[in-house]
Design a protein around this ligand. Structure first.
Ligand code: NAD
Length: 344
C-alpha cells in the first residue's frame, strides 16, 4: 500500500491519480474534509487526518510499503512571509511520519522539499542564477518555510543513515497547473496572474497589480513534469536531494506577457514595490537530475500556462454564471460580482 500525505492538495491529488493509473493500491490522507480536496479518487482509501499528530501518523502508515510526504501548511510568497511559525510547525508532520515509517518498517519515503532551501546569497541577482544542489549550503534559506524544508531534508538523511529507510527528496521549483489554488492567499504567481487577468476581463478593469517591479526571475514547473520527477526519483537509488524544476527562467513581467498573449489582452501594469517579493532571481540547475535520472522537466511555460489559464477561466466563469444565476433569482437588478472560487 502506498500512502500519499497531503493528497487533498494540488500535487498530492495528481500523484494519487497517477499511482492508481499505474495499478497501485493507495491510501490518500489530508487534514481537510474530503469535500474540500482539489481532486478525489474514488479508487483510493481516502482518509481525513491531522498528520501533525503522532498517533495519526502511526495509524495511517499501517500496511504502508512507501510514503509520499506532500502534506504541508504552505502557500505562495505572500503566505510564507506572513506565516513563518505556521510553516515551521510542518516539522511535526515530517517528524511523526518518519517515526511511524521507522516503526512500520516502511521501505521508501519521499519528502517534498523546495527551492526555498537555497541560500539567499546565491539569489540576490535578477539574472536568475541556476541553483545546483550544493547551493543549499552554507545554509541561509527562506526564513520559516525554507528552514523547515532544509531541516526536513536532514531528518530524511539521518533516518536513512541510522534506520535504513530509503529516503528520496525532491526540491520542487514553483509547480503550477490546473486544480491548484488561484485565490484565497495561498496561490502562486502563475495562477495569481491568470486570475488577475481574467478578473480584469470580466470586470472591464484595465490594469493589473504586480508584486515588486516585475524583474524578479523564476522558473515554473508544469504539474505533469513534477509528477514524472517524483515517479523517477522514487524508482531511483538517489539518496541526495535533487532539483525537480524547469530551467526555463522568466521574469515576472515575461510571465505576465505570456498570460496576456493567451488571454488576448494587454493591461496597464501597476507595480507594488512593498508587496512580498522573495529572492531577486532563481532558476533550476538540472545537471544532477539529468545525470542521475536521464531526464529533466521540459514542458514549456507557454504550453503549461495555456492549460492553467483555461482551467482557471472555466472555474471563474462557472462561479460567475452561478453568482449571476443566484443574483437573478434573488433580485434581477444586481450586478454579478467577481467569483471567489467555484465548488470542485
Ligand atoms: P497544497 O497546499 O496544495 O497541498 C498540501 C496539502 O497538505 C493540503 O491539501 C493541506 O490540507 C495538507 N496538509 C496541511 N497540513 C496537514 C496536516 N497537518 N495533516 C494532513 N494534511 C495536511 O500544496 P502543493 O502545492 O500540493 O505542495 C505539496 C508539497 O510540495 C508541499 O510539501 C510543498 O511544500 C511542496 N512544494 C510545492 C511547491 C509548489 O510550487 N506547489 C514548490 C515547492 C515545494
Amino acid at each position: 500500500m502506498l500512502v500519499v500525505c497531503g493528497a487533498g492538495g494540488f500535487i498530492g491529488g495528481y500523484l494519487v491519480k497517477s499511482l492508481i493509473a499505474l495499478g497501485e493500491r493507495v491510501r490518500a490522507i489530508d487534514i481537510k474534509p474530503l469535500s474540500d480536496w482539489y481532486q478525489l479518487s474514488d479508487e483510493a482509501d481516502n482518509v481525513q487526518a491531522d498528520l501533525r499528530l503522532r498517533e495519526s501518523c502511526h495509524e495511517v502508515l499501517s500496511q504502508a510499503s512507501a510514503v509520499y510526504n506532500l502534506a504541508c501548511d504552505m502557500g505562495g510568497i505572500g503566505f510564507i512571509e506572513n506565516n513563518k511559525a505556521e510553516c515551521m510547525l510542518n516539522v511535526l508532520i515530517n517528524t511523526h511520519l518518519l517515526m511511524a515509517a521507522k516503526d512500520h518498517r516502511v521501505s521508501k519515503y519521499f519528502f517534498a522539499s523546495s527551492a526555498c532551501v537555497y541560500a539567499a546569497s546565491k539569489q540576490d541577482s535578477t539574472k536568475g542564477t541556476a541553483l545546483c544542489e550544493k547551493d543549499a549550503y552554507p545554509a541561509m534559506p527562506e526564513d520559516g518555510y525554507g528552514w523547515e524544508k532544509l531541516f526536513g531534508e536532514r531528518m530524511c538523511r539521518h533516518f536513512s543513515e541510522d534506520f535504513g529507510i530509503a529516503t528520496r527528496v525532491g526540491r520542487f521549483h514553483n509547480v503550477y497547473g490546473p486544480y491548484g489554488a488561484y485565490d484565497g492567499g495561498r496561490e502562486k504567481a502563475p495562477a495569481a496572474i491568470c486570475r488577475k487577468v481574467i478578473e480584469a476581463k470580466f470586470s472591464g478593469r484595465e490594469y493589473l497589480d504586480i508584486w515588486g517591479d516585475g524583474n524578479q526571475t523564476r522558473s515554473f514547473t508544469y504539474i505533469d513534469d513534477c509528477i514524472k520527477g517524483i515517479e523517477l526519483l522514487m524508482k531511483s537509488d538517489v539518496a541526495e536531494p535533487l532539483n525537480v524544476g524547469s530551467s526555463e527562467a522568466v521574469t515576472i513581467n515575461e510571465l505576465v506577457d505570456l498570460v496576456e498573449a493567451i488571454a488576448g489582452t494587454q493591461l496597464e501594469r501597476r507595480y507594488q514595490p512593498s508587496a512580498p517579493l522573495g529572492v531577486a532571481g532563481r532558476n533550476s540547475d538540472n545537471s544532477m537530475i539529468r545525470r542521475h535520472l536521464g531526464w529533466e522537466p521540459s514542458i514549456r511555460l507557454r504550453e503549461g500556462l495555456e492549460k492553467t489559464y483555461s482551467w482557471i477561466y472555466q472555474e471563474m466563469s462557472n462561479a460567475l454564471g452561478q453568482t449571476a444565476h443566484e443574483g437573478n433569482e434573488k433580485t434581477s437588478n444586481q450586478n454579478p460580482t467577481i467569483p471567489i472560487r467555484s465548488s470542485k
